[in-house]
Design a protein around this ligand. Structure first.
Ligand code: DAH
Length: 349
């Protein structure tokens, strides 16, 4: 059956098909033919005016036009989408002949590196690496280290108090000595080091910081003397700074050791001749140390008649500053990535 109206729509559609240029126009065509007032939609509503015996044929003819449109629509849509994708791929193509962006490679934090080196040396001698809390009790930070309330030695270690006068940020890693001894219950020999953050109420400058790192060490056993301490420190220092570096002890005073010493090493830079690093003295101080005070052993449950020991505390920043020739302590705590270049200098030292 031929119906004039249907034939006209078909003809128009064939023409439109040829002219459609992009997806926008294609969608406009969809509205033109299948929209509410679209040409095919209108044909459909004509059906009620058609005499009964022709209704079926009319309906079929309209469906044919609709199918024609849909087929055309899908085909064109596919074409346009492919073209769009190709365009995009071309625009985003990677030019592999371009030189790559240079992404600087990070380096381990200098302090961490130094601490790991120290840990390795001590672990090779059978020491455990232990941890302690940074928020500490006055009892462990001072009292059980033989520094009672009101003792003038506390002045040099003023710190930040968290709750009243009892809870504070530890001013030294020495409280970990007490904690380790309490765990040992007066029975177990101890060999430990404890690297960690410490705090003091200091104004920050090139050589002071309100937060810094110490590496604590404690050995408790039988018949331990100052010469064991000297031998141990000597091994560590040689491994860290070089075989020709010598150790010397100077008398000092700490409340938790008796006798107490300052540990000096011969300047690894000028070999004792005198330079800027050793301030022309030929020697550099790297730690405080001593033989554990009987009171400290006793308070933590170790009988000083049976047990003896030595303890030491390295200043981690100080060691790193010496080893890597860093002039300002604040370098460790700011975010200047240029400091990673210090590693290039390691070989020169
Ligand atoms: N805790 C001391 C300080 O902060 C350093 C120290 C000295 C630690 C002697 C020790 C030691 O274990 O025996 O100044």
């Amino acid at each position: 059956m031929k119906n004039d109206k249907i034939e006209k729509v078909k003809e128009l559609l064939e023409k439109d098909i040829k002219n459609v240029k992009d997806i926008k126009e294609l969608n406009e065509l969809k509205v033109k033919y299948l929209g509410k007032k679209g040409l095919i939609t209108e044909l459909n509503s004509e059906i009620k005016n058609i005499v009964a015996e022709e209704k079926k044929a009319f309906g079929m003819a309209v469906n044919e036009v609709r199918d024609m449109f849909n087929k055309f629509y899908e085909e064109k849509k596919g074409e346009f989408e492919d073209a769009l994708l190709n365009e995009k791929l071309q625009a985003e193509a990677i030019d592999i002949s371009l030189p790559a962006t240079n992404i600087p490679i990070g380096a381990p934090n200098i302090l961490e590196k130094l601490i790991e080196e120290v840990e390795e040396v001590y672990m090779s001698m059978g020491y455990d690496v232990v941890d302690g809390p940074e928020i500490e009790e006055d009892k462990y930070n001072f009292e059980m280290l033989n520094i009672p309330k009101g003792h003038p030695a506390r002045d040099a270690q003023d710190t930040f108090y968290i709750e009243g006068e009892e809870i504070l940020l530890r001013s030294q890693t020495s409280p970990v000595q007490v904690r380790t001894m309490l765990e040992g219950k007066g029975e177990t020999p101890i060999r430990m080091i404890c690297p960690g953050k410490t705090y003091r109420r200091d104004d920050d400058d090139a050589t002071h910081s309100h937060q810094f790192m110490q590496i604590e060490g404690l050995l408790v056993d039988k018949d331990i003397s100052l010469s064991d301490l000297k031998g141990t420190i000597d091994v560590v220092v040689k491994r860290l700074f070089g075989e020709d570096v010598e150790t010397r002890f100077r008398p000092s005073y700490y409340q938790f050791t008796e006798p107490s010493v300052e540990v000096d090493i011969s300047c690894f830079n000028c070999k004792g001749k005198g330079c800027n690093i050793c301030k022309k003295t030929g020697w550099i101080t790297i730690a405080g140390a001593g033989v554990v005070h009987p009171n400290v052993l006793r308070m933590s449950g170790y009988d000083p008649k049976v047990w003896s020991g030595f303890a030491f505390g390295f200043g981690a920043e100080r060691m790193a500053m010496l080893k890597y020739d860093i002039g300002d302590l604040r370098v460790f705590y700011n975010t200047d990535l240029r400091e990673s270049s210090i590693f290039d200098r390691e070989e020169d030292l």
